[in-house]
Design a protein around this ligand. Structure first.
Ligand code: CP
Length: 320
């Protein structure tokens, strides 16, 4: 595996899940692979889980780790070509990336969507430059359109808790006070479509995700209907993906609190589990009683971020 952005990159999904199970039981069993290898984690945006879990996974594998917070101590980076750099940006990404590549064996990048220019975001302009110019394997730690380490951890969590062979998994949009990117729902949809689950997306009109991520998923605009019989409820906010109206890209079109997942919503499910990638805004996405209930999987999901990261780093190390 030379890059990790999409579900296809991991190869056979059943084998990847089996590997995750093995690593969870023996997370220090592959330390020889990472000896004298260095992971560089580059953050253009904030993080708690991704930062800690990926670093922990690398340490489990015997790697050295360097963390660079681009907006806290590094030179401000220009990302566009053809500009006269007479503003506050001292270095161009096109020099910075190959320099970063000199100091490491693997690079993880977190670079969120700007939500201003759909074409720029959906072309994955920043991370593709890392792939092109770093000379090193690159993996997503949440990019403009994907967050595969999260989706893989979510799938591991569903595998661990499912009560039937093919559970019903419902991803429900929920309200938020800020415009959020689509990376988490995009990846979750992509991975659920590849997994052996009955996958449904429910959202208000106007929030249709990019068709390349929706794939064959069932889209149900009636949230109650969607949640009926659900084994897993994956709540998430996302801003308008601009599919039906590109001018609305990145906007908040709806703040309807009837979409907040509360006890009544969970009562429509098949005694279902509540899931969210975190961080989560209580009172908007989910009520206190639901996230604190014994059917909330938010902490096991976060714990499995260490496992998904370790599987991915192991596969990248094996390909060096
Ligand atoms: N779920 C997730 O990626 O969390 P962080 O943004 O804290 O890394």
């Amino acid at each position: 595996m030379k890059t990790f952005f999409n579900v296809e990159d991991i190869g056979n999904l059943d084998q990847a899940l089996a590997e995750a199970k093995e690593i969870k039981q023996n997370r220090f069993g592959f330390q020889k692979l990472g000896k004298n290898k260095t992971l560089l984690m580059v953050f253009f945006n904030n993080s708690l889980r991704t930062r800690l879990s990926t670093q922990k996974a690398a340490l489990n594998l015997g790697m050295n780790v360097i963390v660079l917070d681009v907006n806290a101590g590094a030179w401000k980076l220009e990302t566009r070509r053809g500009v006269i750099m007479d503003g506050d940006k001292s270095e161009h990404l096109l020099e910075a990336i190959p320099v970063m590549g000199c100091y490491c064996d693997l690079i993880g990048v977190r670079s969120f969507a700007g939500l201003k220019d759909r074409d720029y975001d959906y072309a994955e302009t920043i991370v593709n430059q890392f792939v092109q110019y770093s000379g090193k394997p690159v993996f997503a730690m949440e990019t403009a359109t994907v967050h595969p380490l999260q989706a893989f951890a979510d799938l591991i969590t569903i595998e661990e808790h499912k009560k039937s062979k093919r559970p019903k998994v419902v991803m429900s949009w929920a309200p938020h006070c800020r415009a959020l990117p689509q990376a988490v729902p995009d990846s979750f949809a992509q991975w659920m479509n590849a997994a052996d689950v009955d996958f449904v997306i429910t959202q208000p009109k106007g929030y249709e995700l990019d068709p390349k991520f929706v794939g064959n998923a069932k889209v149900e605009y009636d949230q109650k209907k969607a949640l009926e019989g659900a084994d897993f409820v994956y709540a998430k906010n996302w801003s308008c993906p601009g599919v039906t109206n590109p001018a609305d890209y990145g906007k908040i079109l709806n703040k309807d609190m009837n979409w907040t997942i509360d006890k009544q919503h969970m009562s429509w499910t098949n005694d279902g589990y509540f899931m969210h990638c975190l961080p989560v805004r209580r009172g908007l996405i989910v009520t206190d009683d639901v996230i604190e209930s014994d059917h909330s999987l938010v902490i096991p999901e976060a714990a499995n971020r260490e496992i998904s990261a370790e599987v991915v780093l192991k596969k990248l190390l094996e390909s060096l």
